[in-house]
Write a protein that binds this ligand. Structure first.
Ligand code: CXF
Length: 371
């Protein structure tokens, strides 16, 4: 067993606890990754709060970047020394995986939120010898080293970007970009409204700009995020606190509404607004994680005019396809994901959480020490 340092979420504890844990060696189908950086995503906070079906104690983290250290005997796709991004797990054999849509694998929830191996075991033990859940999204990248599922890993193509900028590509960035390109298929010259300018919403802004949208309207209560949205390609900024976004969008679009909308807040009434802001035949993508049991209210008549509402998770496309697309654009200065990132040592994870909640950080990325 090897010593690792990890941020652990424990039952009834509001804060992450950084602990020394012990990690088994990789089984035949596992890849041992030394993580250097891990993005902090809202989903990790929902898991820690017990709002998602992951048992605690657990090492969360599902936006990792690092290097393969060791591979199990049955692993053929990765070798020690490979630079990797960790994203989400999928079975690889169901019809959705086989048609290139692994985000919609029926095993998505057990594989990503189950936080254990298929046989129910885990690789981590705490100082008292008690098991701690791992394999979260097939990675648990809040640990400095972790046993990963090969399906969760993407080999990093040539890039100048450092690991702390690559890490968010595991989830938040691909979620926003893939919704725009793959779920909505935003077209050149179209109008787009984006509700929420966190890392997912701002990635949607960059993707809409790349797609050639003529108008990119962004609504958020925080002026600093609206400023960043403008730098990334937003054409119109709405103060989410002061304005009725739907009324403002109607005014900006000559009472018609937008062709496409993206909701990234997880707030049910904002989801309804994203639908209400659509022009006839418009399409809305719902990306935010809602509170448990929440319903979405949509004016039924609005749907009769050809409007479409879709959910979209982790970019709608295999990360091994989507991540290189984004890196290729970044190389040419067209998807500056680095502008979203603020780093924190792993020890300061609870400060990072506060900063994400207050809006001081858009995408907090945790930096692992050497162990
Ligand atoms: C999640 C959001 C909830 C559904 C599964 C995918 N994305 C990552 O945080």
């Amino acid at each position: 067993m090897d010593a690792v340092t990890a941020a652990v979420s424990r039952l009834d504890e509001e804060h992450f606890r950084v602990e020394k844990l012990r990690l088994e060696g990789p089984r035949a189908d596992e890849v041992l990754v030394r993580f250097t950086a891990a993005g902090l995503c809202h989903t990790d906070l929902e898991v820690a709060a017990g709002n998602l079906p992951t048992p605690l104690p657990v090492v969360a983290g599902h936006e990792g970047a690092g290097v393969v250290q060791e591979v199990g005997s049955a692993v053929i796709d990765f070798r020690p020394g490979d630079r990797v991004i960790a994203s989400f797990s999928f079975c690889g054999t169901c019809r959705n995986c086989l048609r290139g849509l692994p985000a919609y694998c029926p095993q998505h929830f057990p594989l990503n939120f189950g936080a254990q191996r298929a046989d129910g075991s885990v690789g981590l033990r705490d100082a008292a010898g008690e098991p701690v859940r791992d394999h979260f999204f097939g990675q648990s990248s809040f640990a400095s080293r972790s046993l990963c599922r090969p399906s969760s890993l993407v080999r990093v193509p040539e890039t100048q970007l450092p690991d702390h900028v690559l890490a968010p590509l595991g989830c938040g960035v691909i979620t926003g970009a893939g919704a725009v390109w793959n779920s909505l298929r935003v077209t050149p010259g179209s109008t787009v409204a984006i509700f929420g300018a966190g890392s997912v919403g701002l990635s949607a802004v960059m993707a809409a700009a790349v797609a050639g949208a003529a108008r990119i309207i962004v609504s958020d209560p925080l002026p600093s995020r609206l400023d960043l949205a403008a730098r990334l390609g937003a054409t119109d900024l709405l103060d989410g606190k002061a304005t009725s976004a739907v009324a403002a969008i109607r005014e900006l679009t000559g009472a018609v509404g937008v062709d496409f909308s993206v909701e990234s807040t997880g707030i049910p009434h904002v989801m309804s607004d994203a639908v209400a802001a659509l022009a006839p035949l418009g399409s809305a993508a719902i990306l935010g994680v809602p509170p448990p049991g929440a319903d979405l209210s949509i004016n039924a008549f609005a749907l009769l005019e050809g409007r479409t509402v879709t959910g979209s998770i982790v970019g709608h496309q295999a990360p091994a396809v989507l991540v290189p697309r984004i890196l290729g654009l970044n190389l040419r200065g067209r998807f500056p994901v680095e502008l979203l990132v603020r780093t924190y040592p792993l020890d300061e994870i609870n400060t990072a959480v506060e900063d994400v909640r207050s809006g001081a950080a858009v995408k907090a990325v945790l930096i692992h020490g050497p162990a």
